[in-house]
Design a protein around this ligand. Structure first.
Ligand code: PMP
Length: 429
């Protein structure tokens, strides 16, 4: 497929935008080549500036669960927009979206809207520290919670250590208040709590990890996090910015059978507009200003357009039909890819939960970030470009999840599977 115009546009963009993009993964550093410039999206497809059509499994990295340019969302946006776009005063839309979220998250009493997942993560940590009067945050390797200073932290492999910053500009002192443990390793959580339990403000995790590709949680791991928090008074926070509304008709707590104290949300709740939220029981949320002493604010928080798009999206999810369809689609796709893998006897596995999935080029299903790092990244690169040239738009990194939408059709499924079969066949001997 020709990318001439995208190439020209990318060259021009690089003169005025850092790396030509506004979020690093979009620059295709992990896979090489020129990023595709998109000019339009409709349903399950995007069209690029070179007029090629792609079946989209990026879906803006998750928000577009109903697909691109969904007519109801557009109609709600148009209606809302004509009354003005922002007021800096309460609107009924904010209450309506908070109420809607509560119908999916039974343990939530109150919601605070912000404008991104990053902001939600940053705010929930402040709240956890404000409530518990403790300082340490426990996170897990491979889980991403936005570009908050104290969460851009990794640690040496193996046993738990206090963090070292991942990014220039993050102070060592800030990083040192974050502990990074391995995902799905309950004993590490127990050991860390045994040593530092009195200082831990919160445990923050993606209950279905999506930012190292899709890695499913072991129940024992989540239960251990819950128990350690209960024993010490630390707050358990589920980051469902990505996996929220993507597993089933409720938060992941129903699937896992463990309730956190707080949840952070984003992506789907904004229906494709900038939005994030942190939410939980009243006993925690009432510590937030103006009721409590934990300050947090935002000029565009609860923005009417984001609220309207979110409401239109969640209203479509309420009766469960969307989940039935997209989960069926995604399961069929995952199984179809597994069939290709076994036919070609490749070292590859597919993980899937609800409408998220990842094809990993490694032998065994990853459980930790270390497992993901055993992947053949060169193969992923070649596969990514093979897919792109056949009109399949995938996230440009082995570390990203793919998403499906309600707009994806059986024809999309057939076309995707036949392209994948062809793409994977280049690796068979
Ligand atoms: N948490 C998770 C689990 C995410 O996947 C992301 C973004 N991919 C964030 C937080 C940060 O959200 P945002 O990009 O809206 O700041």
């Amino acid at each position: 497929m020709t990318k001439e115009r995208s190439q020209q546009l990318f060259e021009k963009a690089q003169k005025s935008l850092v790396g030509g993009v506004n979020s690093p993964v979009r620059a295709y550093k992990a896979v090489g080549g020129t990023p595709v410039f998109i000019k339009q999206g409709s349903g399950s497809h995007v069209v690029c500036e070179d007029d090629q059509r792609y079946i989209d499994y990026v879906l803006s990295y998750g928000p577009l669960i109903l697909g691109h340019a969904h007519p109801e969302i557009l109609a709600e946006l148009e209606k809302t927009m004509t009354h003005g776009t922002t007021f800096g005063a309460p609107t009924t839309l904010e209450t309506a979206l908070a109420e809607k979220i509560k119908t999916f998250y039974s343990y939530v009493d109150k919601v605070r809207f912000v404008s991104s997942g990053t902001e939600a993560a940053m705010s929930v940590i402040r709240l956890a520290r404000g409530v518990t009067k403790k300082s340490l945050v426990v996170k897990f390797k491979g889980c991403y919670h936005g570009h908050v200073d104290s969460l851009l932290v990794s640690a040496g492999s193996g046993s738990a250590t206090l963090g070292v910053a991942d990014s220039a500009g993050v102070l060592l002192d800030v990083a040192s208040h974050t502990a990074v443990l391995d995902y799905n390793q309950p004993q590490q959580v127990v050991d860390f709590f045994n040593e530092y339990g009195d200082d831990i403000a919160c445990v923050l995790l993606e209950p279905v990890a999506g930012n190292m590709g899709v890695v499913l949680p072991d129940l024992e791991f989540i239960k251990t996090c819950r128990k350690c928090c209960d024993d010490t008074g630390a707050m358990l926070v589920f980051d469902e910015v990505m996996c929220g509304f993507r597993t089933q008709r409720s938060g992941t707590h129903e699937w896992i059978g463990v309730e956190p104290d707080m949840v952070i949300l984003g992506k789907v709740i904004g229906g494709g507009l900038p939005c994030g939220a942190y939410a939980g029981s009243q006993r925690f949320m009432d510590h937030v200003a103006p009721l409590g002493s934990v300050y947090q604010a935002g000029t565009l928080s609860g923005n009417p357009l984001a609220m309207a798009a979110g409401l239109a999206t969640l209203s479509n999810l309420e009766d469960g039909r969307v989940f039935d369809q997209i989960n069926r689609y995604t399961t069929a796709l995952a199984e179809g890819i597994r069939d290709c893998i076994s036919l070609l006897t490749l070292d590859a596995v597919v993980t899937q939960k609800g409408s998220m999935f990842t094809l990993f080029f490694t032998k065994n299903t990853p459980k930790t970030f270390e497992d993901v790092q055993t992947c053949d990244f060169e193969r992923f690169k070649a596969f990514f470009h093979a897919m792109l040239s056949q009109g399949i738009f995938l996230p440009p990194s082995q570390y990203e999840a793919c998403f499906t939408s309600f707009a994806h059709t059986n024809d999309d499924l057939k076309k995707t599977l036949s392209s994948i079969k062809q793409g994977l066949s280049m690796f068979s001997d």
